[in-house]
Design a protein around this ligand. Structure first.
Ligand code: C5P
Length: 397
């Protein structure tokens, strides 16, 4: 199955040309392939297809104005440019290509193309004479030289009655072309088990001991592993985050349940990523009735929970094991100690205040005698980079 577009954030630019009627089908197909689509329309595009149509098929508000106060407050042009994993302009008119080449920023779409670091791909669509024109051809060569991808155009009969090169590539082929811009399944055929979130250790029927883990990093790693083609089992403590498409989630509450679920999925497991903030201690006895607050002080007797990552490392047939270390001080030194004491293959360390609970994280990855630092970025982007590092290190073992 084609998984490369799962969770990919695509800005679909629509410019003014009759092929814009196919952009609705394209948006739908991109979503079916797992992508999140945000449509940006030029003024001319709206002559051919309505924003309402594009909004309905993309499932997101359509962006069409650089100076719209409400739109800018919701997701501004800079944010939208950074949001994009790829910008696909389909159809791309001759005018749009000329403007992109000049680096113009006089509407939302061209401005986004200047903001974004993401790859830009164009699906030209125009009359065959316009396509053949040396000005257009010069622009195409110059755009290619800038690293902009050009998909098509296709040959055939045109809306104006001409026959020749200039038809927009069909949506089904465009989806394949966009998918090909992303890394192919580097974990294809691998089984990856991931833990995420906190655990709850009951004190009585209504109270429990837990920690501040949001589960976001674990979910991002699971999504990135799915994108890379892995079969993903996500063993997750109590958090309310949607399961990444195509991952299998096992809900657990306590550390012991997490331990049992992980162990029951270790056969044929290739990579185990222990992202969860597992409760280190549990109550020695759990009160069967709610404890009344009569005493001025209260003492809980706690006992150690099994260390899941270390237990996986002790298995005779063990997967490649990646741990996480959230530290408040001596981040790298403490992480290194955990890497060795738990006999992990790799550890990903972060400073607690940088990562916990938020949407971004900055980490240091340690394995063998190697170290890689990743600066602060969204957990989604970071997760993809981590999957690449894990894959590389796993291959080397
Ligand atoms: O809690 P600690 O800092 O030791 O966690 C480091 C790594 O060990 C993390 O990957 C965490 O998921 C894992 N761990 C575990 N079982 C525990 C405690 C921690 O798998 N009981």
């Amino acid at each position: 199955m084609e998984q490369r577009l799962i969770n990919k954030q695509i800005v679909l630019g629509v410019t003014g040309g009759i092929a814009a009627y196919k952009s609705a089908d394209l948006a739908r197909r991109l979503r079916e392939a797992g992508a999140v689509v945000r449509v940006v329309m030029t003024e001319n595009a709206k002559q051919f297809i309505t924003p309402l149509t594009m909004q309905a098929v993309s499932g997101n508000p359509v962006h069409d104005d650089l100076f719209d106060l409400t739109a800018e407050a919701a997701m501004g042009h800079i944010e939208l440019g950074r949001w994009a994993d790829v910008i696909l302009i389909a159809p791309a008119s001759a005018n749009c290509m000329a403007r992109l080449l000049q680096g113009e920023a006089n509407d939302l779409l061209t401005t986004l193309c200047l903001v974004a670091n993401a790859p830009i791909a164009l699906a030209p669509a125009m009359n065959q004479s316009m396509w053949k024109n040396t000005s257009t051809q010069d622009n195409v060569q110059a755009l290619l030289a800038k690293g902009i991808h050009i998909f098509g155009p296709a040959e055939g009969s045109q809306a104006c009655g001409d026959v020749g090169l200039g038809r927009m590539m069909e949506p089904v082929e465009l989806v394949q072309q966009v998918a090909a811009l992303f890394q192919t399944g580097c974990l294809s055929g691998k089984k990856v088990v991931i833990t995420a979130g906190p655990t709850h250790e009951a004190i009585d029927p209504v109270r429990f001991i837990t920690n501040a883990s949001s589960g976001k990093m674990g979910h991002a790693i699971a999504a990135a592993a799915v994108e890379a083609g892995a079969q993903v089992i996500l063993v997750c403590g109590p958090v309310n985050i949607a399961t990444p498409a195509h991952a299998v989630k096992i809900h657990v509450t306590t550390s012991q349940e997490m331990f049992d679920a992980v162990m029951s999925h270790m056969s044929e497991c290739d990579i185990f990523v222990s992202v969860a903030a597992v409760g280190d201690y549990r109550c020695k006895t759990i009160a069967t009735q709610k404890i009344a607050k009569t005493a001025a002080t209260m003492t809980l007797e706690l006992e150690r929970n099994p260390d899941i990552a270390a237990s996986v490392a002790a298995l005779a047939k063990r997967p490649f094991i990646v741990g996480f270390a959230a530290e408040t001080e001596n981040v790298v030194a403490n992480a290194k100690k955990k890497l060795l004491s738990k006999k992990l293959d790799m550890i990903i360390a972060n400073e607690v205040r940088t990562g916990m609970g938020g949407d971004e994280n900055a980490v240091t990855v340690l394995w063998g005698d190697q170290q890689v630092d990743f600066p602060k970025m969204t957990k989604q982007k970071l997760a993809r980079k981590l999957i690449e590092v894990i894959k590389g290190a796993n291959n080397a073992t």
